[in-house]
Write a protein that binds this ligand. Structure first.
Ligand code: FAD
Length: 395
């Protein structure tokens, strides 16, 4: 099939099926657009690079991009999840055959809500220090421990969980990776209030919660590798996109939003403002190109450390844009409430920039990864890397 044939096929499929949906969607819980997403999946557009057996069309990367572009031009969501859906990509790569058959189609249609059960009160940047335990029982594992900062847990059907299954092995080698069913006795979720006054993340208490046998991903005790793949996808998504203003207001997005605001407040001709605008726009363009490079590597089955570059860059971009917004508004940025939407947006974006600089691994951790795995600098000393986890001293 030529590129032009493909473009015509996608365009006519969209003309026959796409009737429009609300653009805004909270990224937690089951996706209210799942009826549409199921149609996209069944037509093979959700994951065009994957084989037909897995709801794809076996297209090359270049042709898959034509599909994504044509969907984007129509404003239709759901295409190109083979690059962006961290849950489905992780499941396809590592889940057991029976579980994969059930979960992958549901994930592609957003029919299940998901969360990430990684961080614990004593394990954040140092995730290999997790102390949540999964003990073997007939038919699966029983899980006990505490997770924290779990985005979307209150409305999740499954959590991607890391838990310790071997306490005698060194810390990175005794962890396993599971899909934990969240709606069961033994899982208690308590919301936490964030600096933005939202309650997206939660504490999760696990008391003898059951994970069925087939919900193990990758080898038993081999969860660290699965985690690296899942984290790389998460960082790539965070490096590629970020939440806009909470108001979800229409109007210009990304670079154009900043330029439009400068024009609105009469500062577009100010040479210093122009220089700062050009700087953030240039960073965004560079970041887009870098993210493309990293995703191409990931498509070849490596967990790319370049993802860390993209996420770190996005964190810097968001903080700089928030600062610039505040400068553009001047004293107006001190106001709040529905009568002052520009100030509301500026303040929300200033606070929410921390989502990208902490969630998915902090800026400092991304710098360590870039130093060690991209620039080849010496590794940080780790005295507990090779000893049994039982002997690791915890504060
Ligand atoms: C909005 C948001 C959503 C989140 N969602 C989830 C989620 O869904 N699931 C989940 O599991 N977690 C989630 N997290 C948790 C997040 O992954 C952790 O907060 C993060 O990894 C940092 O861990 P910590 O909070 O324990 O901080 P710590 O690891 O205690 O770090 C404290 C400080 O020390 C620095 N530091 C630590 N170690 C090093 C080092 N080796 N070198 C240099 N500096 C270092 C850190 O950069 C940080 O500034 C979320 C966090 C946020 C903010």
């Amino acid at each position: 099939m030529t590129d032009e044939d493909l473009r015509i096929e996608v365009t006519s499929w969209l003309a026959a099926h796409w009737t429009g949906l609300p653009a805004h969607h909270e990224s937690f819980g089951r996706d209210p657009r799942s009826a549409w997403l199921a149609q996209v999946r069944d037509a093979g557009w959700a994951v065009p690079r994957w084989p037909a057996e897995w709801h794809g069309r076996g297209l090359s990367d270049a042709q898959a991009r034509i599909v994504e572009r044509t969907f984007a031009e129509a404003g239709a969501p759901g295409a190109g999840q083979d690059r962006t859906n961290l849950w489905a990509n992780t499941a396809l790569a590592y889940a057991t055959e029976p579980f994969k058959r059930v979960i992958v189609p549901q994930l592609l249609a957003g029919e299940v809500g998901m969360c990430l059960l990684y961080s614990e009160p004593g394990a954040g940047s140092d995730l290999a220090a997790v102390r949540t335990r999964a003990d073997r029982v007939p038919g699966g594992w029983r899980v006990t421990g505490q997770k924290v900062w779990t985005s979307g847990a209150a409305v999740a059907d499954y959590g991607m969980l890391i838990a310790r299954t071997d306490w005698d092995a060194p810390k990175h080698r005794g962890i396993s990776f599971f899909f934990l069913p969240m709606r069961q006795p033994g899982v208690t979720v308590r919301p936490l209030r964030q600096i933005t006054d939202e309650t997206h993340f939660n504490e999760v208490f696990l008391d003898d919660a059951l994970v069925p046998e087939e919900n193990l991903l990758g080898p038993l005790h081999g969860g660290w590798r699965v985690l690296q793949t899942a984290l790389a996808y998460e960082r790539s998504v965070m490096g590629d996109s970020a939440r806009g203003p909470r108001s979800g207001a229409g109007g210009p997005k990304g670079d154009h939003a900043m330029i439009a605001l400068a024009r609105e407040v009469g500062r577009l001709a100010d040479p210093v403002i122009r220089q700062d605008l050009a700087q953030v726009v240039a960073w965004r363009v560079l970041n887009r190109l870098n993210t493309e490079r990293a995703k191409a590597e990931l498509a070849q089955g490596t967990s790319s450390p370049i993802m860390s570059l993209g996420k770190l860059a996005m964190s810097r971009i968001l903080h700089e844009e928030a600062r610039l917004r505040t400068r553009l508004l001047g004293p107006e940025s001190l106001l709040e409430g529905p009568d002052h939407p520009r100030a509301e947006d500026a303040n929300f974006l200033s606070l929410n920039a921390y989502f990208t600089s902490i969630g998915g691994g902090t800026d400092q951790i991304q710098r360590n990864i870039i130093g060690e795995r991209v620039l080849g600098l010496p590794k940080e000393p780790e005295t507990d890397r090779t000893i049994s986890f039982r002997e690791v001293r915890a504060g």
